[in-house]
Design a protein around this ligand. Structure first.
Ligand SMILES: [Zn+2]
Length: 476
């Protein structure tokens, strides 16, 4: 690990200093430091030097796999005809898209495209090969009849989560059955994470938290292999199932037990409390996925009776009216939100979310005012992976069409940046400080913060370093 001198970088204090990096850590800060023999020099030219950004909630393997899938919803596909055209285009292409032998996979579907989908509707568009389309919520797969047959869904016992219609017929709609599905689909090699790692390095991201509820030994092995090979140069925190083993790689840490709450199938409170307590007994925090009011209330009550710890987190907290925020604020729990959804999904929220709930969508300022530790993650591939776009959304609170949503929740650019700079292990905690002894996980911009804060664009990222190693630079 070679020594590196970053010259003339603007720090958060507003001072412009030289920063020496040795053995992966910040070694010295000062004015006009002399380069040591053989030391690499990086001219910052007054650009802001920030802590490396952390995406506190995303799904790495799904993001990598999304590259081999057909987008089936906004912003790529908006109407029934566009969806049909996209499916036909793949059908007509002689080369198979994606690694699945014969299987066609679509992602990101939303009912605004062509309404509720079931096997019969899908059969009208694709009938000769198995097709599965995932809803953009990530909770639902919709299969055509060829897929239903291949999976043997019409015979034998149906897994709970597979829908039947009033006449008892299998509709091809599978709720929260990723694991069941994964075990029955043709085996495929795990997707490469190289593109994903590079994409995040370009955005100034040095740490990622994989929030997959189904993560188990196989997924962990895959992520460790990507860290080992350098495909994923970032530090990783990996959530998952209760049986997720500890990590053997220094850059990969086992994280929380991820618990999915689903309003239609909420667990009994005692049951949920016991699961949280078991996570604690294993030395792990609990991360509870909550998107509705009811899910959030249940999470707050269960965490409270389980003996909530600082390591526990609420993922999304999509709808958080003041009375529930008050409940949460009594606990040492952190909230990990997705301000990018205000931009990406805001126009649909305006149509679909009850008007009295709209001010409480993906709140930011309200959580901070209540004293809750608050961090953000993209939820990629269900959201766009660019943290800068998410910061902009947290500041301007506008949908893609330009409508304001929860404008009282707007943050300052500095607060928006802080959503992405707290430690991976303590989302919403104090942002990493650039001082001697800190790991040199850094994001260097091509402009001072006074200019960067106005635009909050990924275009400003000049160089990204993890443990003092350059993992991306613009001129390469
Ligand atoms: Zn997620």
């Amino acid at each position: 690990m070679s020594a590196l001198l970053i010259r003339q970088a603007e720090l958060a204090t507003g001072r412009t200093l030289d920063v020496r990096i040795r053995r992966g850590c910040i070694d010295e800060l000062g004015v006009a430091l002399e380069p040591a023999p053989g030391e690499l020099c990086l001219e910052a030219g007054g650009g802001a030097l920030l802590p490396g950004l952390h995406d506190h909630h995303l799904h790495l393997l799904a993001l990598a796999a999304a590259r081999d899938s057909l987008p089936c919803g906004p912003p790529k596909v908006h109407s029934r005809q566009e969806l049909i055209d996209a499916l036909r285009a793949v059908e007509n292409a002689s080369t198979e898209r994606g690694p699945h032998s014969g299987w066609l996979r679509g992602l990101g579907y939303h009912e605004s495209v062509a309404g509720r989908l079931d096997r019969w509707k899908l059969d009208e568009w694709v009938s000769d090969r198995p097709l599965r389309i995932q809803h953009r919520s990530g909770a639902l797969w919709m299969l055509n009849s060829a897929a239903v047959r291949q999976l043997g869904l019409e015979h034998g016992e149906l897994p709970s989560g597979a829908e039947r219609d009033a006449r008892g017929r299998v509709t091809g709609r599978l709720f929260r059955l990723d694991e069941w599905l994964g075990a029955r689909l043709p085996a495929t090699p795990p997707p490469s994470l190289k593109h994903v790692g590079r994409q995040f390095a370009r955005l100034g991201v040095t740490g990622l938290c994989d929030a997959g509820a189904c993560n188990s030994e196989a997924e962990l092995r895959c992520l460790i292999a990507a860290a080992e090979s350098g495909d994923l140069p970032q530090k990783l925190l990996v959530m998952g199932k209760p049986d997720l083993p500890p990590s053997s790689h220094p850059r990969v840490t086992r994280g929380h037990v991820k618990l999915m709450l689903d309003e239609d199938h909420l667990p009994a409170i005692d049951e949920l409390t016991a699961v949280i307590q078991r996570a604690h007994a294993d030395g792990r925090g609990a991360a509870l996925h909550c998107v509705t009011r009811a899910e959030l209330v249940l999470a707050a009550v269960a965490l409270s009776s389980a003996g909530c710890q600082r390591d526990d987190r609420i993922e999304h907290a999509s709808v958080a009216p003041p009375d529930i925020v008050t409940l949460l604020a009594r606990l040492p729990v952190a909230v990990v939100t997705q301000p990018n959804f205000i931009f990406e999904r805001g126009d649909a929220y305006r149509r679909e979310v009850e008007p009295h709930d709209q001010p409480w969508l993906y709140r930011c300022r309200g959580f901070l005012a209540a004293g809750l530790p608050l961090a953000a993650g993209s939820d990629a591939p269900f959201g766009e992976p660019d943290p800068w776009a998410a910061m902009r959304a947290a500041v301007v609170r506008r949908s893609a069409a330009g409508f304001e949503l929860g404008s009282r929740e707007a943050l300052t650019p500095e607060q928006a940046l802080a959503l992405f700079t707290s430690p991976l292990s303590a989302p919403g905690g104090a942002p990493a400080r650039l001082q001697p002894g800190s790991p040199a996980d850094l994001c260097l911009l091509d402009r001072p913060w006074s200019a960067a804060r106005e635009e909050l664009t990924a275009d400003a990222v000049l160089t990204t370093l993890r443990d003092g190693e350059i993992i991306w630079r613009r001129d390469e």
